[in-house]
Design a protein around this ligand. Structure first.
Ligand SMILES: Cc1cc2nc3c(=O)[nH]c(=O)nc-3n(C[C@H](O)[C@H](O)[C@H](O)COP(=O)(O)OP(=O)(O)OC[C@H]3O[C@@H](n4cnc5c(N)ncnc54)[C@H](O)[C@@H]3O)c2cc1C
Length: 461
């Protein structure tokens, strides 16, 4: 794999125009790290393509010269997914940000990859619609497809993969390919659309994305439920899910998280393990009934306070606090970095997993808020460590590894929603066995020179 030379940059500028191929220090720096603890790597140049034809030209050129190309959406990943670890070109898709069509009668939309998730939802709301996958961050639809982002509403609505119908994707060779269609069902051959979901920019660059969207339910009601122990809260989660209730969100937060949210949003929630729940329906009686049933289950599991009469303002504050929890926790741990655990297990093992994670943290005398999309059996621990203290960093890594291997032993996954990036490569063999080799063969077939986001999903191909 090669780095870009000055001559290469000049060639690219001739191909695309000098204002489009940028090598200024601040551009390189902005595109050298995501929101994770992983080290930064600067690209040699940043290019902002404007359409699929330009993406195709760039990839054709890069493939010929064996130059790495790493796609960039908004850089909000948590495993260095868009960080150009081998330098080369960062392809920033943020200028391909048009909503190309909304089909309200079909509940579908077609977007360019750089469309911002929040702005997309604002536009859809005019038609009474929304795009349900909600990772909280200000990310792009292209980045969500590439990471198969999920978030707090996935328990009811599913992850990004469940909304994807078709893609226009540019392959490493420069070929522009269309996969999928707008039919809601198809049994027509291999499912190539979903091959690209979660591929983290290693198989092709998406230039057009067709998705399903959903109608906004009329009634929304949220509640908080506080418990004496995290284990009781986790047990309540299992029973809520097993009861057949379908919350639109079911989040678990430990007292450290509650402290951070209180601090961030000026709230005064009790510093106890807490569930945030939300129900949505088209009739008020339905959400009220659901909340009553959820309250019974929580109380049966020792809940000491269940608050469901939340006003709109308080509910918005809760969810904003939950969305910005990572930043609040970081602000409370100045100078530290965090390894973010992202395991998911079958729901019956959720309480055991949470207890295991807390035990491992305490054995290593480490701090780390435990939180997560509990209803999906997915949880996070932000394991804070001092980057100057190599022993502490090693202890944090040991806790992360122990949690991941336990999740795998219970039939779970190393990453429920953040993707592999560089941080989870070491678990891929244990998780996938021989099918990891099949993934590598697919990568070699589509990208034989390994120019697309090299160093992700595989250390080498
Ligand atoms: C505070 C915070 C909270 C978060 N919470 C959640 C959460 O609850 N759930 C969740 O799932 N995630 C969460 N995330 C992670 C992150 O927001 C998501 O993974 C998001 O989908 C990343 O999108 P992005 O636009 O920032 O993409 P980037 O980070 O820029 O890129 C992500 C990956 O996609 C590739 N890529 C980008 N665009 C394209 C394209 N057009 N074609 C091909 N590949 C492309 C990149 O190369 C990279 O591998 C959170 C992040 C933060 C900072």
């Amino acid at each position: 794999m090669s780095r870009l030379t000055t001559k290469d940059v000049q060639q690219l500028q001739t191909l695309l125009g000098s204002d489009r191929v940028l090598t200024g220090e601040s551009e390189l720096s902005i595109h050298s790290r995501d929101e994770s603890h992983h080290p930064e790597h600067k690209p040699d140049a940043v290019i902002y393509p404007q359409d699929a034809t330009e993406v195709s030209k760039i990839l054709r050129w890069a493939n010929e010269h064996k130059i790495p190309v790493t796609a960039w959406g908004a850089g909000t990943s948590l495993e260095a997914n868009p960080v150009p670890v081998h330098g080369g070109i960062v392809l920033d898709l943020s200028r391909m940000n048009q909503i190309l069509a909304i089909y309200p009668e079909d509940l579908q939309a077609v977007v360019q990859p750089g469309v911002n998730r929040v702005l997309f939802n604002q536009k859809l709301a005019h038609s009474g619609l929304f795009f349900p996958p909600d990772p909280g961050a200000e990310c792009t639809i292209g980045g969500m497809v590439a990471n198969n982002a999920a978030g707090i509403q996935a328990i009811k609505y599913g992850a990004t993969k469940d909304y994807l119908l078709a893609l226009e994707v540019v392959l490493a060779s420069g070929e522009i390919l269309r996969v999928g269609n707008r039919a809601l069902r198809t049994s027509s051959g291999y499912d190539l659309v979903h091959l690209f979901v979660g591929s983290e920019g290693t198989l092709g660059i998406f230039t057009e994305i067709t998705v399903r969207v959903a109608g906004i339910p009329k009634e929304v009601s949220a509640a908080t439920a506080a418990f004496p122990t995290l284990e009781q809260a986790a047990q309540a989660v299992v029973q809520i899910v097993q009861s057949g209730l379908e919350p639109a969100a079911l989040e678990l937060l430990d007292p450290e998280c509650i402290y951070a949210i209180n601090y961030l949003k000026n709230l005064s929630l009790a510093l106890q393990p807490t569930l945030f729940l939300e129900f949505r329906a088209h009739a008020l009686e339905v959400v009220r009934d659901d909340l009553r049933f959820a309250q019974e289950i929580c109380e049966h599991n020792g809940c000491t306070s269940f608050s469901s009469a939340l006003g709109r303002e308080e509910r918005d504050k809760l969810w904003e606090g939950r969305h910005h929890l990572a930043y609040a926790a970081a602000a409370l741990n100045p100078g530290k970095r965090a390894i973010v655990v992202d395991v998911a297990v079958p729901i019956s093992h959720f309480p055991e997993m949470v207890a295991f994670a807390r035990q491992k943290l305490s054995e290593q005398s480490l701090q780390g808020p435990v939180f997560g999309h509990a209803g999906d059996g997915n949880f996070h621990v932000a394991i804070f460590y001092n980057p100057e203290d190599l022993q502490e960093k090693a202890r944090a890594q040991a806790v992360n590894e122990a949690i991941v291997f336990r999740a795998l032993a219970l039939g779970g996954t190393a990453t429920g929603e953040h993707g592999v990036g560089v941080g989870k490569i070491k678990f891929m063999r244990a998780e996938h066995g021989a099918s990891y080799d099949l993934m590598r063969q697919i990568k070699r077939l589509l990208d034989p020179h390994n120019i697309l986001n090299p160093g992700k999903l595989f250390s080498t191909i």
